[in-house]
Design a protein around this ligand. Structure first.
Ligand code: NAI
Length: 299
């Protein structure tokens, strides 16, 4: 099966380097017209220049592809609107949005300023919300859209010193979980990548041998699958160094303890409550409510 994007228009945010650059190059190589967005700032989000995005556009054009640069910030709603508008103005539509732009402001929670917390949420969470909102109506109206969020194992599982980043990254899974429901009947599918790759973001925190194995090019195939015609909906793929695994939030089979329950009852039943041997994912919050009432009826 060959995956192509001929006739498709893609936006990749934060594509001036690292993972975003790889996604943009590969989308273009497979026929997509690509808007390469990048604010061009430092890892902590300071500064900005359009050079990074322009250099990637040059690379794409030299390889025979079609691309244009955009230097807006995803965290600015008007900027996000412009990213999507640039795609529609230049290429007539928007089919694929890869929400990839991101920054780090690591500190233990004790030392973290609220400003650093907010800024990281602004770029990762609100940046993805702003761009998705700007593309959403067009995708719904045309009956086609593929959106990829970028989460992180820091959000899925936690990472020391990254409370701001982890909170923002897991929020994107929450965003996906509702958008997959709202987009489904319009053929707008929303998925999430959890990458591990050697980029400027990770070059100081991983050993050299690990960095050599963690080529960003090995994350891109999962992203390309998640934004293809036959993409799944609501899936999370963890990808790095040639490894690909599916991540799901699951809930234990649980136990119904009756209609008069004390804290001691919960403590006494903790082993059963937390027995994950029959844990399952749910397609929506409503499914959990049905499960609760189903169990209640049996109890
Ligand atoms: P990177 O720093 O090379 O790429 C991030 C890009 O986003 C940069 O080019 C930066 O200029 C751009 N950017 C930052 N703020 C922006 C804004 N407001 N508007 C537009 N562009 C902006 O780092 P990397 O590793 O390529 O990160 C890409 C994504 O993958 C990020 O969302 C990151 O959190 C995520 N990620 C990366 C992991 C890794 O192992 N490298 C692990 C887990 C997640």
């Amino acid at each position: 099966m060959s995956i192509r994007y001929d006739g498709k228009v893609a936006v990749v945010t934060g594509a001036g380097g690292g993972l975003g650059r790889c996604h943009a190059l590969e989308l273009a190589r497979r026929g997509a017209k690509v808007v390469v967005n990048d604010l061009g700032g430092a890892v902590d989000g300071s500064g900005g220049s359009s050079e990074a995005a322009l250099a990637v556009v040059d690379e794409i054009k030299k390889a025979g592809g079609e691309a244009m640069a955009n230097g807006s910030s995803v965290s600015d709603p008007a900027g996000a609107q412009k990213i999507i508008q640039d795609a529609v103005d230049a290429y007539g539509r928007i089919d694929i949005l890869i929400n990839n732009a991101g920054i780090l402001r690591d500190r233990t929670f004790k030392k973290m300023t609220l400003e650093d917390f907010r800024l990281v949420c602004d770029v990762h969470l609100m940046g993805s919300v702003n761009c998705t909102r700007a593309a959403w109506e067009t995708m719904i109206a045309q009956g086609y859209g593929r959106i990829v969020m970028t989460t992180s194992s820091s959000g899925l599982y936690g990472n020391f010193g990254q409370s701001n980043y982890g909170a923002a990254k897991l929020a994107l899974v929450g965003l996906m979980n509702t958008l997959k429901l709202e987009g489904a009947k319009y053929n707008v599918r929303v998925n999430t990548i959890a990458p591990v790759a050697a980029t400027r973001m990770t070059e100081d925190i991983m050993p050299k041998e690990a960095l050599e194995a963690l080529r960003p090019e090995l994350v891109t195939p999962a992203v390309l699958f998640l934004c293809s015609e036959d993409a799944p909906d609501g899936a999370i793929i963890e990808a790095g160094a040639g490894y690909y695994g599916r991540v799901q939030i699951v809930e234990s089979a649980g136990v119904h303890l009756g209609s008069s329950v004390s804290a001691e009852d919960v403590a006494d039943n903790w082993a059963k409550i937390s027995d994950m041997s029959e844990a399952k994912p749910h397609k929506s919050g409503g499914e959990v409510t049905l499960k609760i009432f189903g169990m209640s009826g049996e109890g």
